[in-house]
Design a protein around this ligand. Sequence first.
Ligand code: NAD
Length: 415
Amino acid sequence: MSEIRDISLAPSGEKKIAWARRYMPLLRSVEEDFKKDKPFAGLKMTVSLHLEAKSAVLCRVLMEGGADLRITGCNPLSTQDDVTAALVSRGAEVWSVYGCTPEEYDRHMAEALSFGPHIVIDDGGDLVSMLHRSMRSLLPGVIGGCEETTTGVIRLHAMEREGALRFPMLTVNDARCKHFFDNRYGTGQSVWDGINRATNLVVAGKDVVVAGYGWCGRGIAMRAKGLGARVTVTEVDPVKALEAMMDGYEVKTMDEAAGYGDVFVTSTGCNKVITERHFEKMKDGAIACNAGHFNVEVDVEWLEKHAVSTSEGRTSVTKGYTLENGRTIFVLAEGRLVNLASGDGHPVEIMDMSFAIQALAARYIADHRDSLPCSVINVPDEIDFDVARRKLRASGMTIDTLSEEQRSYLNSWAL
Ligand SMILES: NC(=O)c1ccc[n+]([C@@H]2O[C@H](COP(=O)([O-])OP(=O)(O)OC[C@H]3O[C@@H](n4cnc5c(N)ncnc54)[C@H](O)[C@@H]3O)[C@@H](O)[C@H]2O)c1
């Protein structure tokens, strides 16, 4: 059983998956190990990810490892219908359709969970939240799960603080081989790809305002600068604000930046970062978009209620809101993740690392099913190092090794 848009789209999805797989040597090497060891034999797994070619490669690797897999999306605008068709045509069970309603989104997730998974792979926390809120009878069967992104990890810590979490969750996002590369270089590149596809406008010479100077914000600002923009950063953390200043950016409040920005990109994980009072100051033709997990950073709800008229911009993902002051502000992709809703998400090689961590973390849960505490758990360093070594090998790079003398020097206090 599956629910997707149209199975006849499979050949196009298959081409995208083959292209991604070709540039994912780490996942291919993990797949070889999984084929031999079948770490997930007898285990049911529910996966909720942005469903495009790279996550499809991961799903097939998990299936090669013996998992009985059910797959669903983690955002209504990031599912690629040709990719889900390709997955289903090769025997996967998928519930996800691009552009689904919030009710359909929840129903798809519930279907993907209903067989009672042993392991869950989540991106943003909706799957784990649904299990704990409305599908509690399935909780005892879950041996553990993995969380892909910052926002999901924040939600897990909130659950743990309240004593609500009922199974072990590994924070894949916090592995160094994930957020050092995916959040920074992945988001940095793919956000500009998404903005450029949606707008076809030049970046050089523009005033770009990046809200949030965390892992994603650093990458978005760095690539905007590289494309020739003047970059302003807004922050709430004084240390990150100083870091942005030392990296060569203007640091302002959103109230100050609202009046001169040409393009605004939010990546904070927080809500209402750009809201009423900012919209009212913005220039005619200003563009706002979001790279954070949920569509709450740009207050699209306010615009929907208060714009005197709306219009479709260049593409269906560019919507114009004309305010009482006569100015029009454009919002990309309904304020959802612009790199996924208006592009193909992170570059393939970046997701090769992130998903190698996912696959190995899922294996870690299967291998340690009887000994993991029911809490939020860091991905063990051995997995981070394993993925880093695989990446170095695949890139043809070698590094030095400490000699015994050096090791004892580094471990000694009486120099
Ligand atoms: N688009 C993608 O593909 C992608 C990839 C990875 C992560 N994410 C998501 O992006 C978001 C950010 O992730 P991250 O890893 O950079 O997190 P992070 O915690 O490293 O950075 C977030 C930054 O935003 C700042 N901030 C919080 N509220 C703010 C506000 N109101 N105004 C200005 N700054 C504010 C914080 O101080 C922090 O420095 C999360 O929602 C995460 O899930 C998206």
